[in-house]
Design a protein around this ligand. Sequence first.
Ligand code: URA
Length: 227
Amino acid sequence: MRLDKLLGNSGVGSRKDIKALVKSGAVTVNGVTAAKSDMPVNAEGDEVCVNGVKIVYKEFIYLMLNKPQGVVSATEDFKYKTVIDLVPEKLRHYDLFPVGRLDIDTEGLLILTNDGAYAHNMLSPKKHVYKTYLAHLDGDVTEDDIKRFADGITIDGGYTCKSAVLKPAGDKSATVQICEGKFHQVKLMFKAVGKSVLYLKRIKFGEFTLPDNLPLGEVVEVEPTIK
Ligand code: URA
């Protein structure tokens, strides 16, 4: 990999900034001042420093976002704030995108990454990645609802969902665990049993659980153990 690419991917600055840094002698590779910004380096083996500070190079990054309502799960939008707008400036140089979507009025756990293969696996219907949602409803769930979710409920459009685990979670609230991700799936599943979702939050996605102490709109870096 080229030195300027490694530094650029690490958020050191623009290609022009990096050229100037190298020219000024601020960049060393294995303790030797780098002569040219396009010199080849080994991202794993070489120690690259800028002004004596070691650069920790990461090709891929994974962020857990507690998505607020009113924000769209997209990288750009003409009308609404996007989940990428919530990423701190120092991480913006990664080419991040959301792993799947939450509706604009859904809150909770969304993974942002620049690792396309990881995203693909997380979303692949073949992988059966579990997602759990907390829903506030306009009524209490019944034993019949639980059974119908477990048996596979047919939603608008005629699709029969895979078996889902529905559990009451207090007054007019429930958690639902699903292993697929059809458009508006949870809302449509409840609609099929005559209930409206008043509030929806994703609390689990695969191996990740939304931490109680992660404020809405904030991200925390995570490292998947399953890729
Ligand atoms: N199901 C929905 O209905 N909405 C979401 O945002 C996610 C799952």
